[in-house]
Structures are given as structure tokens and as C-alpha cells.
Design a binder for this molecule. Structure first.
Ligand SMILES: Nc1ncnc2c1ncn2[C@@H]1O[C@H](COP(=O)(O)OP(=O)(O)O)[C@@H](O)[C@H]1O
Ligand SMILES: [Mg+2]
Length: 247
């Protein structure tokens, strides 16, 4: 990559009925980086993920994946195929299927339904499945139906389903919302093991979680970057305290 970036946004603008949700946003992420995004409600954090994944097309700006792939030239399914995985807030696992079957299903989502019915993973894919099962720390639950899992376990399973596709970049919107402290801690451990192997963009409000996982934190406000630095640096920034952290 010429500029050494897995993700590069430059002067991006998005308006909804004249309201500027994203307003001159520039941001870049290095390969293997785990970037945390924080900011008040309405700052544009989810819209940022919508732009990267092709759900929302900006009115202006540049969005590149690596140095050569112009994401604005691709639609949502193509962007997923390029290696960008997204985890929404609400888990969307298949409750009636087992943990194993959910992971298996994630291998074949790009195939047609007919192909899916006949699909059996090959040796490499089975190895990958075992590896992911350990990464998400669910090997003992492999034969449980997903509906029986705790909220946290469902979230990990969904992350596992994304990992089956071997994404280069993972976008995670409020991944620890609704989790117990113990589940939150295990999620921090999981993200720290993913860092380096994948690039991650994590939106969260839980500051102790951010403290646990973050290197660089970007603060969004009114659709652009208000501040960026270590968590200590942005927490000490008067403008960030003003709009987000409170006094
Ligand atoms: N599809 C949409 N239509 C109209 N307004 C939207 C739409 N999506 C987001 N917005 C507005 O854009 C702003 C940014 O929203 P969002 O990206 O969801 O913020 P965040 O995730 O940081 O809370 C908010 O004011 C929101 O109401
Ligand atoms: Mg949001």
C-alpha cells in the first residue's frame, strides 16, 4: 500500500435532507490497527460505518480500502467480498442452529441457497472453523443451539461468523452494549487477540472497555473528527470534555 493504510477517508460529506450528518470527515487506519471511535449520540459514528460498507453513498469525498480500491465504486455485497466485515449492535445469529452450524453457514453466505443446502466444508475450512471456535472461546458450546447462549456468547458467535470470512477490516458498532462486566472483559481479550491479524474499527461508549483495548482513539462530533490521540490525551482535551465526557 502506497500510503500504508488499510482504510483512508478524505473530506467526506453526507447530507440527509440538507442535514450534514458527515461534514468533512478525514480518517485513516493502519493495517492491523485497532481504532476506537467515540463521540456523542448523533456524531455520525454509525453513518461512518454505513459509508465504509457501501450502505450510504457520500455526496463528496474519497474512501479507499488499501491504496488502490475506491470503495465508492463498489456496492455493499462487493465491499463485503473485498474483506470488510461488519458487526451490528443486535446479534443476528440463527437461534435454532447450533454454534457449529452457524459458523458453517458463515462460510457459504456468498453462495446461492441451492448451493448452501449441499455445502460441506473442506478440510481447510474445518480447520478454520476449529480455530475460530477457540478464538471466540466457545468450543464447549459447539453443539448448543445459538438460542441457548447468553447475550455475550451470541455476540462472540456473530464475531466468529464474520471471522469465518477472514475479513481484512472489521467494523464493530457498540460490541459490549448489554454485556456483563465479565463478558466485557472477555470481549476485550478477544479484540486484543484479533488486533494485528485484522484491522478493527470499534465504536463504543464504555470507557473502561476502550481503555483496555485502545491505542489511538478518534473522537467524532457533528460529523467530523474533533480530536484524536491516546485515551488519556482525548480525555484531557477541553473540547472533548465539553461535548462528550461532561464535567
Ligand atoms: N438515514 C438517515 N436519514 C436521516 N437522518 C439520518 C439517517 N441516518 C443518520 N441520520 C442522522 O445523522 C446523524 C448521525 O447519526 P449516526 O451516524 O447514527 O450517529 P451516531 O452513530 O454517532 O449516534 C444523526 O443526527 C441522525 O439522526
Ligand atoms: Mg450509532
Amino acid at each position: 500500500m502506497a500510503h500504508g493504510r488499510i482504510l483512508y477517508l478524505e473530506d467526506v460529506h453526507v447530507s440527509f435532507d440538507g442535514f450534514k450528518a458527515i461534514n468533512g470527515l478525514s480518517l485513516d487506519i493502519a493495517p492491523g490497527e485497532l481504532r476506537c471511535i467515540i463521540g456523542p449520540n448523533g456524531a455520525g459514528k454509525t453513518t461512518l460505518m454505513d459509508i465504509i460498507t457501501g450502505k450510504t453513498k457520500p455526496d463528496a469525498g474519497r474512501v479507499f480500502f488499501g491504496s488502490t480500491i475506491d470503495l465508492l465504486r463498489h456496492n455493499e455485497p462487493e465491499i463485503a467480498q473485498l474483506g470488510i466485515g461488519r458487526k451490528f449492535q443486535k446479534p443476528t445469529v440463527f437461534e435454532q442452529l447450533t454454534v457449529y452450524e452457524n459458523l458453517e453457514l458463515a462460510l457459504k453466505t456468498h453462495k446461492g441457497v441451492g448451493a448452501s443446502m449441499r455445502f460441506r466444508p473442506n478440510g481447510t475450512q474445518r480447520d478454520r472453523l476449529e480455530e475460530v471456535l477457540h478464538t471466540i472461546q466457545l468450543p464447549s458450546a459447539v453443539l448448543s443451539t445459538a438460542g441457548k447462549l447468553s447475550h455475550g456468547q451470541k455476540q462472540w458467535l456473530e464475531i466468529g461468523m464474520l471471522l469465518m470470512q477472514e475479513p481484512k477490516l472489521l467494523l464493530l458498532d457498540e460490541p459490549v452494549a448489554g454485556m456483563t462486566d465479565h463478558e466485557t472483559e472477555r470481549t476485550a481479550e478477544l479484540f486484543l487477540t484479533l488486533k494485528g491479524k485484522h484491522s478493527l474499527m470499534v465504536v463504543e461508549h464504555d470507557m473502561s472497555f476502550i481503555r483496555r483495548i485502545s491505542d489511538i482513539v478518534t473522537v467524532l462530533c457533528d460529523g467530523s473528527v474533533l480530536a484524536q490521540g491516546t485515551l488519556d490525551q482525548v480525555q484531557a482535551d477541553e473540547r472533548v470534555i465539553e461535548v462528550y465526557l461532561g464535567r
